[in-house]
Write a protein that binds this ligand. Structure first.
Ligand SMILES: [Mg+2]
Length: 244
C-alpha cells in the first residue's frame, strides 16, 4: 500500500467521507453511546446495565450492515423517533479543523469535491444544514442511493458506474479501515486514512495506509505541491453547483 504523498495537481476528484473526515465523529460517538441509550432507558424505564447490554447486542448484530446506518430501522428498534432525537442533539455537530480551508483549496485547483457517505440521508441533511459545508461540495452521494455500503466490495463498482470518475486521478479519504479495505479490494489505488476522526480522542494511525491526523496536515501538503504559486495544470472540469 502506498504511503507516498498525493500529487494533488494530478488529482481530479476527491471522494470525501463525512463523519470522521469532514465532521467530528465526537457527535456520532456521543449520540450512539450516550444520547440514544439514555433516552431509551428513560422511555422504557430500564436501568443502565440492562440498557447497555441491550445496545451492545444490537450494535454487535447490525454493525457493518445497511441497517446500522438506517435511522428508520433504529426508530422501530427503540420505539421512538430517532431522527427527532438527532435534531434535539444537533448542537454537538461540528466540522473538524481544516475542513473548510481544505475544500476551498481543492476548488481553487479544480478538484471535484464529492461527499461519499454511509450516513442516512435524513441525518446527512441535518448535518449539512447545521454546518453549512454543502456549499463547499460539488456533489453528494449517500450509500443509500446505491442501496449498498462502503464496507462492501460490491459498493465500489456501483459507485464507479454511477460517477464515472477517472480511477487513476481520484483519491478516497476515509477514517474507516473497513471502507478502505473494501475500496482497495475493488482496485482503488489512491487511499488516505484519517487517524483522528474524533477530536476528543487521540490519533490512531493505520499501519497499512497513508494516515494523517487531520485535513490541516493534508492542506499543508497540497499547498507544497508543484503547482503551488505557478497555477494549477489540473484538467478537471469546473465544479458544478452543489445539489439541493
Ligand atoms: Mg467516517
Amino acid at each position: 500500500m502506498s504511503h507516498t504523498p498525493i500529487n494533488w495537481c494530478s488529482t481530479d476528484v476527491a471522494l470525501l467521507d463525512m463523519d470522521g473526515v469532514l465532521l467530528d465523529l465526537a457527535f456520532d460517538d456521543h449520540f450512539w453511546r450516550h444520547a440514544l441509550p439514555d433516552r431509551y432507558a428513560r422511555v422504557h424505564g430500564l436501568d443502565e446495565t440492562t440498557t447497555r447490554a441491550r445496545f451492545a447486542d444490537w450494535y454487535a448484530q447490525h454493525h457493518g450492515t445497511i441497517q446500522w446506518y438506517d435511522l428508520h430501522f433504529w426508530s422501530r428498534q427503540v420505539g421512538f423517533d430517532v431522527p427527532h432525537l438527532k435534531i434535539h442533539e444537533r448542537h454537538h455537530i461540528q466540522v473538524l479543523p481544516g475542513t473548510v480551508r481544505f475544500l476551498q483549496h481543492l476548488k481553487q485547483h479544480r478538484c471535484k469535491r464529492i461527499l461519499l457517505t454511509n450516513c442516512h440521508p435524513t441525518a446527512m441533511r441535518l448535518k449539512l444544514a447545521v454546518t453549512g459545508i454543502g456549499r463547499h461540495l460539488d456533489q453528494i452521494v449517500s450509500a443509500f442511493h446505491l442501496d449498498d455500503i462502503k464496507e462492501s466490495p460490491s459498493f465500489w463498482p456501483k459507485l464507479e458506474a454511477h460517477l464515472k470518475y477517472p480511477p487513476d486521478r481520484t483519491v478516497l479519504i476515509e477514517d474507516s479501515a473497513a471502507n478502505l479495505d473494501a475500496a482497495a479490494e475493488a482496485g482503488f489505488a489512491h487511499l488516505l486514512h484519517m487517524s483522528r476522526p474524533n477530536s476528543k480522542k487521540a490519533a490512531q494511525p493505520h499501519p497499512d495506509y497513508r494516515s494523517e491526523p487531520s485535513l490541516t496536515a493534508l492542506l499543508d501538503e497540497a499547498r507544497q505541491s508543484p503547482h503551488n504559486g505557478t497555477g494549477c495544470e489540473c484538467t478537471a472540469p469546473t465544479p458544478t453547483a452543489p445539489p439541493h
